[in-house]
Structure formats: structure tokens, C-alpha cells
Ligand binder design. Structure first.
Ligand SMILES: Nc1nc2c(ncn2[C@@H]2O[C@H](COP(=O)(O)OP(=O)(O)O)[C@@H](O)[C@H]2O)c(=O)[nH]1
Ligand SMILES: [Mg+2]
Length: 445
């Protein structure tokens, strides 16, 4: 057990100061031009209304949001679907994807920490995202598009009648809203609702759209029926992946590089407590994700077992595929023995009581335990990413059944070039009969 370390905190302060200077500069000189100069040739440009008024006129913005109860790692998956849709839309127009600020997530419950209106740049490398598809932060959208207004909100929903006639078809139709609308008109006739904690944001128009199929099924509808400059898809998780685990999926997934300060903290921790460095472990990383093409099986990983032990809502329902703590510790011990590893790194969302129990049963476990000050800077999302990063670099990983948190670790390890046998593993429930292991989704370049 260890805290994140003083040097790391000092580094973070420098980083934050740097970010703030950057923000002020952005306000003074127009966000768009800063983005363009920062990204240079590395990325697409999201359009530049100051120096190119002609193209700015045609710029369209796609915004989106996800069902409130959904967690961090499903939201990362929905980003992939939206990136795919924007790529399709861009065949007929200059569309830019607006990154929905992070916040108000059900699991982000650390007390006294401000966790709303968090830009993507705090968790991911936006320059890396831009090398895949043009994206901008929400505040850049406000600055560029002329204010906190969304022209058209389309609330996605299924079909009231379902698809009970037995034939699945892909379709989109404007329909009456099935559920109670989460937007209401104010005195001026604007729609108010949840816009990521930006209370001044309003929508001009809100309608419901029944959609069934993959994300790009929306493209023809949007191209022929919507003329609004900014369009927000709410409940974006309603539409599916265009092609799950295909090349486009992996391109977008690979572009979701964690923010550099989080990777540095994770790497420092690996070196300090787990005797793990990229050089020794053959997990070399390049800043430009397009240059990373690790061969399957080339990564060795640090000399530790890593574990993602999902608890909380996963045990409340006494799910059959989730082990008791006792069962999990038994499995951990047997894996350490089998793979001759004397260290185990544990990432978990266990509550205080369970954690105390786990510590008694597995006193040697190593965890990333941020101080309050660290947490204040990193937020729950940053800590989750550091946990995932450390799990991704272990010689052997075991996760929790159907947890998207574990799935994102699988992908990270796939990118790093681990042998699938060391990655696609999960705990079994204590009395689970057929304990099917996770699917290997092979990376496609
Ligand atoms: N730091 C940390 N947070 C976790 C861990 N497991 C779960 N969480 C938190 O709980 C949330 C789980 O929700 P989600 O991301 O939707 O994953 P899923 O529910 O497991 O599919 C995460 O986003 C984290 O905030 C863990 O091992 N470490
Ligand atoms: Mg979840």
C-alpha cells in the first residue's frame, strides 16, 4: 500500500498551472486558433472561424449525452459510436464532435470534491483524439458557435411498438416522446435541461427520435431532415456500434490515449512499488498512437498479478458470476503461485467495510491510494484511469465478469501487445457452473 507520492503532486501542480495559463490564453486569443496551432500537423483541425470565415459558416457540431446512470467506461464506449457517426456525417459536411464534459456520475462519490464540468483533457489526450476525428471541448464549442445554445436536441429512444413482428430492421423516425421529456421550456421559450452542469446552456428545439440500429443509421436522417448547425443526440447509447471491434472501432479506441499526467503517475507507481518499467516489461509506448503496433505476445508485463475486483452494485444483486471476497482471494493466491508472481496489484471499488476485510485476507496487496489532495486534482475518473493503467501493465490480469471497467483494461492490454491468455480472464462466482471467460477481441490495424 502506498500513497501517490510527493514528487508526483508537485508535478501535478505544475501541470495544473500550465493548464490554467493555457486556458486564459485561449480566452484571449480565441480557442479555435489555439487548438489549431497546438495540433499542428498531428491532427485534424476542428475549423477556425477567425481566419477562415468562409468554411466556418458551414461547420456543424454534433453533441451527445448518455443516460445519466451509465458509468465512466460505458460512456467511453459510446464515444466510439459517436466518433464513427461523425466520420460518416463528414462524408457530406464539415462536422465536428463536441466532447460532453464529465461529471455527476453515479460512482464518483468522493466527498467534498468538485466533479462536474470536467473537460476531456483532464482524462484523455485531446490531441490524440483529434488525430482520429475532429473533436472540441464543450467550452470551445460555446466560444466558437456564438454562445451556450444548442439548436436541436434529438432524444433517441426505441420504438414504442418494439420489433415484435420478429424482423429486425434498421430505421429512424421522428416520433412522440415515449418517456417523460427531461427538458422543459423556460419563460423565453428555450429548453432547459441537463447540459453537463452548464446552467446557462439552452436548447432551441427538442424532439424525440425513434432509432433502431447502428450509429450511422442516423446519418441519412440528419443529412436530409436537419439543417441546424448544432445537433445534440441525447441517450446516444440507444444506437449500436457501426462495426464492433472492426478497424474503425480500434482506430477510435487507440486514439483514446490517457492524459499524460495520469500515465506518468501510473508509471511512477509501477516503478516504485511493482518493479515495473516499460523497458524491462517490453511495453514501450509512443505519444502518437498511430505509431504503436505492438505484436501480439510481444509485451511481457511487470512482475505482478493485477486484479480488477468490481464490488458495490455488482454484489448487491448477489449475482452468480461475481465471487465472494474469500473466493476471489483464493483465486488470486492460486494465480500468483501458478505464474510465480509475488506481488499483486488490486483495483477495486469495494466499500470501506469490504476493503478492510480484503486487507485482512490479502495483507500483501498493493493498491493505488491517493491522498485527499491527489484526489482533488485527479478526481475519481483520474484515479480510475491510473488503476486501469497499472492493471494494463501487469504480467497477468484477471477482471470481473461483464464489467466495462475490466473490458477497457482488456483493450489497453491488447494495444500494448499482450498474449490474450494473460488478458481475457475473469473471476468466477463461488458456485458458478459454466464460467465462460471473456472474448478475445483481436486488434485490427
Ligand atoms: N478507482 C477505481 N474505481 C473503480 C474501480 N472499479 C469500479 N470503479 C468505479 O466505479 C465505476 C464503475 O462503473 P463503470 O465505469 O460503468 O464500469 P462497470 O459498471 O464495472 O461496467 C467506475 O467508473 C469507477 O468510478 C476500480 O477498480 N478502481
Ligand atoms: Mg456501470
Amino acid at each position: 500500500m502506498a500513497d501517490a507520492g510527493g514528487a508526483t503532486v508537485a508535478f501535478l501542480w505544475l501541470y495544473i498551472v500550465y493548464c490554467n495559463v493555457f486556458k486564459i490564453a485561449a480566452l484571449l486569443f480565441s480557442v479555435a486558433s489555439i487548438v489549431a496551432s497546438e495540433t499542428k500537423d498531428f491532427a485534424f483541425h476542428a475549423g477556425n472561424p477567425i481566419s477562415q470565415p468562409a468554411t466556418a459558416k458551414d461547420l456543424r457540431y454534433l453533441l451527445y449525452d448518455v443516460n445519466p446512470p451509465e458509468g465512466f467506461n460505458l460512456r467511453r464506449d459510446v464515444y466510439i459510436r459517436m466518433a464513427s457517426l461523425v466520420k460518416t456525417l463528414r462524408k457530406e459536411g464539415d462536422w465536428v464532435l463536441v466532447l460532453p464534459p464529465w461529471g455527476r456520475l453515479y460512482h464518483w462519490q468522493s466527498p467534498d470534491i468538485h466533479q462536474v464540468r470536467i473537460p476531456w483533457g483532464e482524462f484523455f489526450s485531446v490531441t490524440s483524439l483529434q488525430a482520429n476525428v475532429p473533436v472540441i471541448e464543450y467550452e470551445e464549442f460555446i466560444a466558437e458557435s456564438g454562445g451556450p445554445f444548442v439548436d436541436q436536441v434529438l432524444v433517441l429512444q426505441h420504438y414504442a411498438e418494439g420489433w415484435s413482428d420478429g424482423t429486425w430492421e434498421e430505421k429512424v423516425d421522428e416520433r412522440p416522446c415515449i418517456e417523460r421529456l427531461m427538458y422543459s421550456k423556460d419563460k423565453q421559450g428555450y429548453y432547459r435541461g441537463w447540459f453537463w452542469g452548464y446552467e446557462e446552456t439552452r436548447a432551441i428545439n427538442v424532439t424525440c427520435l425513434s432509432a433502431q440500429g447502428h450509429a450511422s443509421v442516423l446519418a441519412p436522417f440528419m443529412q436530409s431532415n436537419i439543417t441546424a448547425t448544432s445537433v445534440m443526440l441525447d441517450r446516444a447509447e440507444t444506437v449500436l456500434h457501426d462495426h464492433y471491434a472492426g478497424k474503425d472501432y480500434w482506430d477510435t479506441r487507440r486514439s483514446m490515449v490517457f492524459a499524460k499526467h495520469l500515465r506518468i503517475i501510473g508509471d511512477d507507481f509501477r516503478a516504485k512499488y511493482l518493479n515495473s518499467t516499460d523497458e524491462k516489461d517490453h511495453t514501450d509506448y509512443k505519444e502518437d498512437w498511430r505509431l504503436i503496433k505492438a505484436k501480439l505476445g510481444s509485451a511481457k508485463g511487470g512482475p505482478y498479478l493485477s486484479v480488477h475486483l468490481r464490488r458495490k452494485d455488482f454484489i448487491w444483486g448477489h449475482r452468480e458470476d461475481v465471487p465472494s471476497l474469500k473466493g476471489a482471494v483464493k483465486k488470486i493466491r492460486s494465480l500468483m503461485k501458478k505464474h510465480v508472481l509475488d506481488k499483486v496489484f488490486v483495483a477495486t471499488d469495494a466499500d470501506e467495510e469490504e476493503l478492510a476485510k480484503l486487507k485482512r485476507m490479502l495483507p500483501e496487496m498493493v493498491r493505488f491510494e491517493p491522498t485527499w489532495e491527489d484526489l482533488d486534482l485527479l478526481k475519481d475518473g483520474g484515479v480510475a484511469i491510473i488503476d486501469q493503467w497499472i492493471c494494463a501493465h501487469a504480467r497477468y490480469f484477471i477482471g470481473t465478469s461483464v464489467s466495462t471497467f475490466s473490458f477497457r483494461i482488456h483493450e489497453e492490454r491488447e494495444i500494448l501487445g499482450f498474449d490474450p491468455k494473460t488478458t481475457y480472464n475473469r473471476f468466477c462466482g463461488d458456485s458458478e457452473k459454466e464460467c465462460e471467460q471473456p472474448t478475445h477481441w483481436k486488434i485490427v490495424y
